[in-house]
Design a protein around this ligand. Structure first.
Ligand code: PMP
Length: 417
């Protein structure tokens, strides 16, 4: 039972878990023994409709048969060679074909590693130190960018983690999202190596870029000689094959990817302009290496996933699901609120009527959101336990799954109004 595992886990793990947001499920996290399509199966043998989807990667749903088959075939042939393998070339070919900014790629093992590597690359390329990021954007758990970060850092009130020297965090300037005045000021005064952002914010709930924000940053970084990095760890291959940069038609210098490109297996990637990417070792002097970089399981899992995505069905189904469910939620909530949706991911905020910055997201009635999360669990629907995460849909969220979810939401929201 989940409760027994949770009790024992207290002995082994800080706060009982291995990633903080997992502890936010009350009274204790449910433990999962399986996943199938849109459903999670818990140790307590409950079937939950899943809108978390591993925090984004599972755009085909759980245990998609073609991914299972391809990864099994790879397992039979071994799973780690310490040499290049065919699958890495095939996956890179897909990324270069679909992602507008991608001329070359480096595979790493997580989104965290991807942004860490992109920052080092930008610094190595420009010879500058300062980084500009945006309040509420989350780029992973490493020292360079853990300043005013979203996701679990916001949930647990960690503006800057203990253990990060101030010499490091002082190198980061933070501006408010959807505002161009602050970046203009910083870029004109300081030598900035890189401006990094989520082109759609997915770590304070969902916050879309306002018209002109992304293109404005493109212009500013070009003027002042800074590297523009789009962190597309969430949006890459979620907003269509070309990600947010294709969707909004703004091409950055570097892009970080993760999540979907590994099909749910551990992965990260930096890609971008040839002249910047060539600074990486062994062709250049910016160091990166990894025992598990481009490991065959993640490569094949990603390849099988992207091949499915190219068929188009996952995008139409996941968008329809997100649209229908978010519209029903919008209609069913009677108190002041706003629902922010971009394509196939969304979040709702209560007690506020517009959210375009992290500050506004923090002003929402989080205690009510948590209550909805808890009630929904009783109705066998799993949405993120934190206001600062997002609801994702997948190819497996068909009309039956969506109708069941809508009924559950309606029952829960009646009590909230
Ligand atoms: N960037 C963004 C935009 C993310 O959402 C995340 C994780 N949610 C990361 C980077 C870090 O990725 P990982 O958890 O794989 O290290």
């Amino acid at each position: 039972m989940s409760q027994d595992l949770w009790r024992e886990a207290q002995n082994y793990f800080a706060g009982g878990v291995n990633s903080p947001v997992r502890a936010a499920v009350r009274p204790y996290p449910f433990y999962v023994k399986g996943g199938r399509g849109a459903y999670l199966i818990t140790e307590d043998s409950e079937e939950l409709i899943d809108y978390v989807l591993g925090y984004g990667p599972l755009i085909l749903g759980h245990a998609h048969q073609n991914v299972v088959r391809r990864v099994k075939e790879q397992l039979e042939r071994g799973w780690l060679y310490g040499t290049p393998s065919r699958a890495e070339v095939e996956l890179a070919r897909k990324i270069v074909r679909h992602v507008p900014s991608a001329q070359k790629v480096r595979f790493v093992n997580s989104g965290t590693e991807a942004t860490m590597t992109a920052i080092r690359l930008a610094r190595g390329f420009t010879g500058r130190k300062r980084i500009l990021k945006f309040d509420g954007n989350y780029h992973g758990a490493h020292d360079w960018l853990l300043v005013d970060a979203g996701s679990a850092a916001s949930e647990f009130g960690v503006a800057t983690s203990k253990g990060i020297p101030e010499e490091v965090s002082n190198l980061v300037s933070v501006c408010s999202y959807n505002d161009l005045t602050c970046p203009e000021k910083v870029l004109s005064k300081e030598d900035v190596a890189a401006v990094i952002l989520e082109p759609v914010m997915g770590n304070m709930g969902v916050i879309p870029p306002e018209d002109g924000f992304l293109s404005g940053l493109r212009e500013l970084t070009r003027t002042y000689g800074s590297v523009l990095i789009f962190d597309e760890v969430i949006t890459g291959f979620r907003l269509g094959l070309s990600g947010a940069q294709g969707h909004y038609r703004v091409v950055p210098d570097l892009t970080t990817l993760g999540k979907i490109i590994g099909g749910g297996f551990p992965i990260g990637a930096v890609c971008g302009k040839r002249e910047i990417m060539d600074q990486l070792t062994p062709s250049g002097k910016v160091f990166n290496a990894g025992t598990f970089n481009a490991n065959p399981i993640s490569m094949v899992g990603g390849l099988a996933t992207i091949e499915e995505l190219e068929k188009g069905k996952a995008y139409t189904t996941s968008e329809r699901a997100a649209k229908e469910l978010s519209e029903e939620i919008d209609e069913s909530i009677r108190i002041p609120h706003v629902v922010n949706r971009v394509y196939n991911f969304f979040q709702f905020f209560l007690g506020v009527t517009s959210v375009s910055t992290a500050k506004e997201a923090r002003e929402s009635r989080r205690e009510l959101y948590v209550k909805i999360h808890e009630r929904l669990l009783k109705e066998k629907v799993f949405i993120p336990p934190s206001q600062f995460e997002t609801l994702f849909t997948s190819e497996a969220h068909d009309s039956e799954v969506v109708s069941r979810s809508i009924e559950a939401f309606k029952r829960v929201l009646v009590d909230i109004n």
